[in-house]
Design a protein around this ligand. Structure first.
Ligand code: UD1
Length: 427
């Protein structure tokens, strides 16, 4: 069993460069289906979720050349299948992002139903309602969704009940090829959606308003391949900022390779918690907080506080000088990591979607299990300040979204390693 072992108490210094954004790269890869030919994506993170999306595209007939560790040349000219199979969708729910582009290019898609996952129900009803409004007919059998738009997609106004990231993206990727104009009302505004719209516009699409609640898409007859650079990962950056706030030496650490305005609400809350954050070229410099003030936080769609930073922030709150409440509004089951942090000495009580956190003086290293991607990274970060050794297992979750996490931490001076722990003889 692979684990990440952390020896706590080592000061962090220097600079860390974050990778390209996972949540952009996955959708940009799906969007290459819309432009027959070779699209080159740069600054793609080398993480397992990207590998899964690569497999999804290859199964459809695309070829992918790994130009270098972070550049992929994706040729979608020969795509002749419209299916996202269950074995891959079950591994990564974001593979449903191919539905919009497949409908846009071929007028059909067959997507395995994602089913539940450990962040709760995570339905795709809003994707389906929105696409139906554009003229797509849906049918389900044997665990698959069959989407058909053989009569063509027709632009219309779609009002989303909730500003869903995935639904906004799927709708944009279908609507770029619809006849006429589509308006998405109550669209999600995440920076990754702006990145997607930017690439599609470079390909010849006519999208305006991405990054605002109203996105307008004028359909076009074809899109052409381009070369596009993925934006930096704001969530990876936020994770290293938490590490710096806990363990940076006198000079602080520099976290670069991302746009700090993409972390606006996170940086604002961290500053209220007493963390010294300086904007520098290409990122931020963060210094260790002598005292962390308790601050209440609730997760919300962008520009609100991202759910993907909730666990890492709870590590800070758990060491604050007082009590605070974190409210999770986006996903059910996103507090699973809290019970692991309690094993390290935190004082956290969960009531429905609220976490009541009473700050403690410190953590003690323990064996803990990574419950999901962000929770796993948060446990490693907690280990940096814990007394003794922390061993985080189920680290495949972390590999989904953090490129070279261990070596980046080691580069900052942390004492962290990947290791193999023998499975229990009772297993
Ligand atoms: C994306 C991100 C994820 C992030 C989330 C919220 C990717 C690959 N993942 O996920 O990291 O945490 O945005 O910022 O980009 N919902 C429905 N019906 C739908 C769609 C969503 O009920 O049709 C619900 C979900 O169950 C969830 C909420 O809406 O409770 C938000 O989901 P959404 O914004 O769609 O997140 P994802 O796109 O899945």
């Amino acid at each position: 069993m692979d684990i990440i072992r952390v020896e706590g108490g080592h000061e962090l210094n220097g600079s860390v460069h974050v990778s390209g954004a996972k949540n952009s790269a996955l959708k940009l890869m799906a969007a290459t289906l819309l432009a027959p030919g070779v699209t080159t994506l740069e600054n793609v993170p080398n993480i397992s979720d990207v590998h899964v999306m690569g497999k999804v595209l290859k199964r459809m007939g695309a070829t992918i050349e790994v130009v270098d560790e972070h550049s992929l040349a994706i040729d979608t000219s020969a795509v002749d299948s419209w299916e996202a199979p269950y074995d891959l969708v079950a591994k990564m729910r974001a593979s449903t992002a191919v539905m919009g582009p497949l409908l846009g290019r071929f007028g059909k898609a067959k997507i395995a139903m994602p089913g539940g996952c450990n962040l709760g129900a995570r339905k795709i009803d809003m994707h389906i309602l929105g696409l139906e409004a554009l003229g797509v007919h849906f049918d389900t059998d044997h665990g698959y969704i069959h989407a058909d738009a053989s009569d063509g997609l027709v632009g219309t106004t779609v009002t989303l009940e909730f500003a869903s990231v995935g639904a906004t993206e799927n709708l944009i990727m279908a609507a770029v090829r619809a006849r006429g104009t589509t308006v998405i009302d109550n669209a999600a505004r995440e920076p990754e959606i702006v990145d997607l719209a930017n690439m599609l516009n470079e390909m010849g699409a006519k999208i305006s308003g991405a990054g605002t609640p109203v996105v307008q898409i004028e359909g076009v007859d074809e899109l052409h391949p381009v070369t596009h650079r993925v934006i930096g990962d704001r969530i990876e950056a936020g994770t290293f900022i938490v590490a710096g706030a806990l363990m940076a030496g006198d000079e602080g650490i520099d976290v670069v390779g991302f746009n700090s305005s993409h972390l606006g609400m996170v940086l604002k809350k961290f500053e209220l918690m007493g963390i010294d954050i300086e904007r520098i070229v290409g990122g931020v410099r963060v210094r260790r907080a002598e005292r962390i003030r308790p601050v209440d936080i609730q997760t919300l769609p962008f520009p609100g506080f991202p759910t993907d930073m909730q666990a890492q922030t709870m590590v800070l709150s758990a060491l604050a000088d007082g009590s605070s409440v974190i409210t999770e509004n986006i996903f059910e089951n996103r507090f699973m990591f809290a019970s692991e942090l309690v094993r390290m000495g935190a004082d956290i009580r969960i009531e429905s979607h609220h976490a009541m956190i009473h700050g403690v003086k410190g953590f003690s290293g323990a064996q803990v299990v990574s419950p999901d991607l962000r929770g796993g990274a948060a446990l490693v970060v907690a280990g940096l300040i814990a007394d003794g050794y922390t061993e985080v297992s189920a680290i495949h979750h972390i590999d989904r979204g953090y490129e070279h996490f261990v070596s980046k931490l080691v580069g900052l001076g942390a004492c962290v390693e990947r290791a193999t722990r023998p499975d229990s003889i009772d297993d």
